[in-house]
Design a protein around this ligand. Structure first.
Ligand code: SF4
Ligand code: SF4
Length: 301
């Protein structure tokens, strides 16, 4: 048994596992009768790297990209946040045009792979992850009937997924680890999930967070780091993976300032005390109001 996280493609079908050298029969081209059919029913889960490519293409802030082009969803029963490409009401991708994909050079990982499913797996008790592939056959896709044979490796090269795979690897490992750790790490807090969302998907907001004085109060990072992440989305994305591994799984790779943890606990305690006081005051005011109303009613009688 193994845990699998299918980064680029999700399907109910679980066909035969393939390797990079396995041969498939497939060809997609503009003249095919089903041209664009897959983009009319698009269910595209985005990776952090997909988002960086798209936001760069449109030259917009990540928050704006998320708002305009994505919808949030939960990746697991604990509510681990994921984002999917926004579609119209019929399920059609908003980037689809009659001529094909309007963001072709920056199309997301799952669009590149389709109809191949790429799966990162962690065999039970194994220390490292492994990768497998599967061919997804859907009725609308006529590419399987084309007379062309090639290996998965050749198909991956044709679709130029090498860089995408490299950039997605740590994200997929993060999710696999969360899945395989299961109840041992417990359900992550709401705050960890917010950080997970921001670090992975809202990279520009994450940058402001990392550059804020409160972040520097907790972590020891040098000037070269701050200089690099000010403009480099990929460096920031990779730092986000490290920070999440540290926070979610206790894999410490970023030095924390001495006393920072205690200070955070104290600050949290103060916030909790404050919240409790506000709650008590709200309750007191509500009770007072009730008494006043009851008194008023009694006077009228
Ligand atoms: S991004 Fe492009 S390839 Fe992917 S679903 Fe949309 S139109 Fe199709
Ligand atoms: S062959 Fe398959 S992948 Fe290509 S356009 Fe048709 S449905 Fe989409």
């Amino acid at each position: 048994m193994s845990e699998a996280f299918d980064v680029p493609f999700t399907s109910d079908v679980m066909p035969e596992m393939l390797t990079n050298n396995s041969k498939i029969k497939f060809r997609c081209h503009k003249g095919i009768s089903c041209f664009n059919a897959c983009c009319k029913q698009a269910d595209i889960t985005l990776t952090p790297y997909d988002i960086i490519r798209l936001k760069k293409r449109f030259d917009i802030d990540s928050s704006e990209l998320l708002k305009k082009h994505t919808v949030p969803f939960q990746m697991d029963g604990d509510g681990l946040p994921g984002v999917k490409m926004r579609t119209d009401d019929s399920g059609q991708c908003l980037f689809m045009t009659e001529e094909g994909c309007s963001v072709y050079e920056d199309r997301p990982t799952s669009c590149r792979y389709y109809p191949v499913a790429h799966m990162a797996m962690r065999p039970k008790d194994a220390a490292t992850d492994s990768v497998a592939y599967a061919l997804v056959r859907e009725d609308h896709c006529k590419g399987h009937e084309e007379d062309r044979e090639l290996t998965i490796g050749e198909y991956r090269k044709e679709q130029d997924v090498g860089l995408y795979d490299e950039m997605n690897r740590e994200f997929s490992q993060l999710i696999l680890k969360k899945k395989s750790a299961g109840p041992t790490i417990g359900k992550p807090s709401e705050l960890s999930f917010q950080l997970f969302f921001m670090a992975n998907y809202d990279v520009d907001r994450f940058r402001r967070f990392v550059l804020s004085p409160s972040f520097a109060k907790n972590y020891v990072l040098d000037d070269a780091f701050y200089k690099e992440i000010e403009h480099d989305d990929l460096a920031l994305m990779k730092f986000g993976f490290r920070l999440l591994r540290q926070i979610l799984f206790g894999e410490v790779s970023i030095k924390e300032r001495e006393g920072a943890l205690e200070q955070r606990v104290e600050e949290r305690q103060e916030v909790m005390d404050l919240r409790r006081k506000v709650e008590i005051e709200r309750h007191r005011q509500k009770e007072e109001q009730k008494w006043k109303e009851e008194d008023g009613d009694a006077d009228k009688k």
